[in-house]
Design a protein around this ligand. Structure first.
Ligand code: B12
Ligand code: SF4
Length: 573
């Protein structure tokens, strides 16, 4: 359902009809580099981006057949003025970290007199910001109503804001327009099985954007998507993008059984990976079915080894099972584990950084993605921070080094520096490769697991030559690299799944290791902004005692910091 009209929802007479044969340009703005973008690793590979913008190609499938569509993913190609001038309508989507890119694309389109419409997770979370810079804003999932919106655009009756309150039935969502992508530019392809998650983690906006009742596609829809990809020549990794693939575990199990048959009938053309909640470890039949369907790795929302912090943010599913044995069990059962970690919960003390490092080392998770907590718009955490008067003006978020958008209990400088030290420790080359080695030993591959079609011999040689040149000869961490290289060759040279994954982890060092230095620099810059220089103190007086960033440090604390006296926040206050 599209919500009831108010001022903004009224038809807006200033918009001319665009006619039946709209030329629409879909644009996915560049994502700033982060741990997630694997940008350094991509320098060694023939591909230009890790994954495609699935939201936009899903939207493309919802557009009327009479429209002519083109897609520009800025991770893969530049957006030119000619591209924008070609379009009657510029359709932009993106995440919160793409704010700068979204603004730039929309401003360029507006300067060139193009009509713009924006949607996707960021626009859904903060429509007011988008309304200032786009002609039309869509909040929510337009799967069942986009034809109505399209008709409004064609006929000149389009509203400024469409708020879609009902969660669509995804069994009716059409097959994404994979044909609009330059497939050769991506290292992995994306498909979606479910939207929504049954849990209630306080910081999570998935349950706000997509609801708490997981909605799943039918197995035959998924198989049709995979068949389409195969017909387009795709034989590499496939990411099932669900934030919690096992939100409805009975349906996930049904799907995996069908995926196994599909793989067997076609000679295992793809490998899968996905994201899931920790309770996966308690579902042995599902784990088994995933392994048989050729899942290789799973990203778990581990967040924190601190039980107090998990309880604070209502991540109860992680408390119901010992996380260390859970990861060991998944490794033993055939699923290689990556994980997300967060620091900056109210219950976190300065000990959290060491605890995170110990946990990540003990469980041997090479790809551990660590961030500080952020209060995403619309979440329960955001509401709480607002009620407690702790919310700060949100600033452009660049990713890993962005300070939290609320006043943290832990001193913000301590938090940021702790975050920096933690990532520096876990991606210290020797530790990183040693953890990678242990993870490969822990990961017990099964006979049914097969890597997707290998690159050709020539492609392998090119990747290897680049890796040896950049990592083995020119990098500062070449000793750790060669040690890992020789060990995996000696031990797993004949184990195809392991050698494939080991090679992937090996070249991922070219992303993580140098990227950590970037993060450290960014963090120091952020810390400088929050640690007041003595000469600035005078200008703060009269600002209700608040620091320029609004951290609201009491003046005596600010002064003592400026004099170099370490300050610790007392959580009881
Ligand atoms: C894949 C993915 C990524 C990929 C993106 C690569 C790519 N090219 O897509 C990578 C791994 C890079 C990534 C990174 C991050 N991600 Co991410 N990611 C996802 C994920 C898992 C899937 C996205 C997807 O394909 N969805 C499927 C499509 C079909 O859904 P959709 O995009 O919502 O599209 C629908 C509607 O929104 C709408 N729509 C979409 N676009 C448009 C455009 C128009 C014009 C219209 C009308 C409608 C419309 O139509 C679609 C059909 O209904 C989502 C979670 C999720 N379940 O969606 C998170 C998600 C998008 N990511 C998120 C976040 C927070 C991040 C990170 C910041 C994580 C972090 N902590 O560091 C990082 C960014 C790092 C950085 N650079 O700083 C948040 C975004 C929150 C927000 N409000 O913006 C999400 C929602 C997950 C979450 N809650 O944590 N991510
Ligand atoms: S388990 Fe993951 S997707 Fe589900 S509510 Fe928690 S953080 Fe969100």
């Amino acid at each position: 359902m599209i919500s009831k009209p108010d001022m903004l929802h009224e038809p807006c007479p200033v918009f001319a009809p665009l006619g039946k044969k709209i030329q629409a340009l879909l644009v996915w703005p560049k994502i700033p580099d982060s741990f997630w973008t694997f940008s350094g690793m991509l320098e060694l590979l023939p591909e230009k981006a890790v994954m495609p913008p699935l939201g936009l190609i899903t939207l493309a499938a919802l557009c009327p057949a009479e429209w002519t569509l083109r897609l520009i993913d800025e991770a893969v190609e530049d957006l030119t003025d000619d591209d924008l001038l070609w379009a009657d309508l510029v359709m932009v989507g993106g995440m919160i970290v793409q704010q700068a890119g979204l603004q730039e694309v929309l401003a360029r389109a507006r300067r060139l007199g193009r009509r713009t419409i924006v949607g996707g997770p960021y626009a859904s979370g903060e429509p007011a910001r988008m309304l200032a810079i786009a002609d039309h804003v869509v909040v929510g999932e337009p799967d069942e109503v986009f034809l109505e919106i399209a008709r409004d655009l064609e006929e000149g009756s389009a509203r400024r804001l469409y708020e879609i309150t009902d969660k669509p039935d995804v069994t009716k969502t059409p097959l994404p327009r994979f044909d609009l992508l330059r497939l050769e530019c991506y290292a992995s392809m994306s498909i979606q099985f479910s939207r929504g998650c049954p849990f209630q983690c306080e910081f999570c906006d998935i349950i706000i954007l997509y609801g708490r009742k997981p909605r799943t596609k039918l197995p035959q829809q998924m198989l049709a998507e995979l068949d389409k990809l195969l017909s387009l020549g795709w034989k590499k990794q496939v990411f099932i993008v669900d934030d919690n693939f096992i939100g409805n575990h009975a349906r996930a199990l049904e799907l995996c059984v069908e995926l196994e048959k599909w793989q067997q009938a076609r000679g295992h053309p793809v490998t899968f990976y996905t994201e899931a909640s920790m309770d996966l470890a308690r579902k042995s039949a599902l784990i088994d079915a995933m392994v048989k369907a050729n899942f290789f790795h799973v990203f778990l929302g581990i967040e924190s080894p601190s039980e107090e912090s998990l309880r604070e943010v209502k991540k109860f599913q992680n408390l119901a099972i010992d996380p260390v044995s859970c990861i060991e069990l998944l490794h033993r059962s055939g699923l290689w584990i990556t994980g997300g970690f967060i620091v900056g919960f109210d219950s976190d003390t300065e000990a959290i950084f060491e605890q995170q490092i110990r946990f990540i080392e003990r469980t041997a998770i090479p790809w551990a993605l660590l961030n500080s907590l952020h209060a995403m718009p619309g979440t329960a955490l955001h509401d709480r921070m607002q009620k407690e008067g702790r919310l700060l003006e949100s600033k452009l978020s660049s990713g890993d080094a962005t300070p939290p958008n609320f006043r943290t209990v832990l001193d913000p400088a301590v938090l940021l520096r702790g975050l920096g030290k933690t990532v520096a420790s876990i991606y210290e080359p020797r530790r990183f490769y040693e953890r990678a080695w242990r993870s490969l030993q822990n990961w017990q591959t099964k006979k049914c697991q097969r890597p997707a079609q290998q690159p050709t011999a020539v492609e392998i040689l090119i990747i290897l030559a680049r890796s040896i040149w950049h990592q083995g000869l020119r990098s500062s961490y070449r000793k750790a690299y060669w040690k890992f290289f020789l060990k995996i060759l000696g031990r797993y040279g004949l184990n195809r799944p392991k050698i494939w994954l080991a090679a992937t982890i090996m070249i991922s060092g070219h992303h993580f290791i140098p990227y950590v230095e970037e993060v450290a620099k960014k963090i120091e810059l952020e810390v400088l902004k929050i640690q007041p220089a003595p000469e600035l103190i005078a200008t703060w007086v009269g600002n209700e005692g608040r620091g320029p960033r609004g951290w609201d440090p009491p003046m005596e604390k600010v002064r003592s910091q400026a004099q170099g006296v370490p300050v610790h926040t007392d959580k009881s206050k």
